[in-house]
Design a protein around this ligand. Structure first.
Ligand code: CA
Length: 236
């Protein structure tokens, strides 16, 4: 029982990477950090394994045989069984456009090759870190929004809305500090675990997608020029 419980608590990461050396290096470092790791070496097997295994997080190379990383991200985002799995994509140095496309397809973060395995583990830890939910404060309501911090589930006008864990963290952070503009580097640091000094577009892409998902309520998120983002205090 204790064994099973322990097993159940271990977070699982799926690596989809055709370069076996890189995949093995990532696997070694993640296992050492306490994760259970599985691997696929092409896009077709990667998408199948994501749906079958429903890992807690996926590390996905963009350039893959079989089918590329964008197509894999799009598929898992469309499928209700996998739509909330965080994805860190791996890109080659020169592929700025590809990176933006990957973020727009629904990746949570990216790393440019060559990267340090230590950096990768930090990124994985940051994304999988749960929003702190002190006992008695597991639900948070804000205007038409309701956050279930325990289950990481979001409701808009009492209907469940499919936000990824990263989108959930971002929106919750902004709502809990409503009325005060939040600095983009600080936002990035809180949600992704590192600051956005290089203006990676990660934050802006996530904000764009959040606004789209929130529909008419997306206008609650305001861009504050030269600073970052603001959620206006709800009308009461
Ligand atoms: Ca590749």
């Amino acid at each position: 029982m204790t064994e099973e419980l322990h097993h159940g608590q271990m977070q699982r990461v799926l690596i989809v990477e055709d370069e076996v050396d890189i995949a093995d290096l990532i696997k070694f470092n993640l296992q050492r950090a306490g994760y259970e790791v599985s691997q696929a070496h092409d896009g077709i097997a990667g998408a199948e394994m994501a749906i079958r295994e429903r890992p807690d997080l996926m590390i996905l190379d963009l350039m893959l045989p079989g089918r590329d990383g964008y197509s894999v991200i799009r598929e898992i985002r469309r499928d209700a069984r996998t739509s909330r799995i965080p994805v860190i994509m791996l890109t080659a140095r020169a592929q700025t456009e590809n990176r933006i496309q990957g973020l727009e397809a629904g990746a949570d973060d990216y790393l440019t090759k060559p990267f340090s395995p230590k950096e990768l583990v930090l990124r994985v830890n940051a994304i999988l870190k749960r929003t702190d939910a002190p006992p008695g404060a597991v639900e948070y309501e804000f205007g038409p929004f309701r956050f279930d911090k325990n289950a990481v589930k979001f409701y808009l006008d009492n209907e469940p809305l499919d936000l990824t864990a990263t989108e959930f963290k971002l929106l919750l952070y902004l709502c809990e500090r409503s009325g005060k503009p939040q600095d983009r580097n600080e936002l990035h640091r809180v949600v992704w675990g590192y600051s956005d000094e290089v203006h990676s577009r990660t934050l802006d892409t996530h904000m764009k997608r959040l606004r789209q998902k929130l529909g008419a309520h997306g206008a609650l998120i305001e861009t504050v020029r030269g600073v970052g983002y603001l959620v206006a205090a709800p009308l009461s």
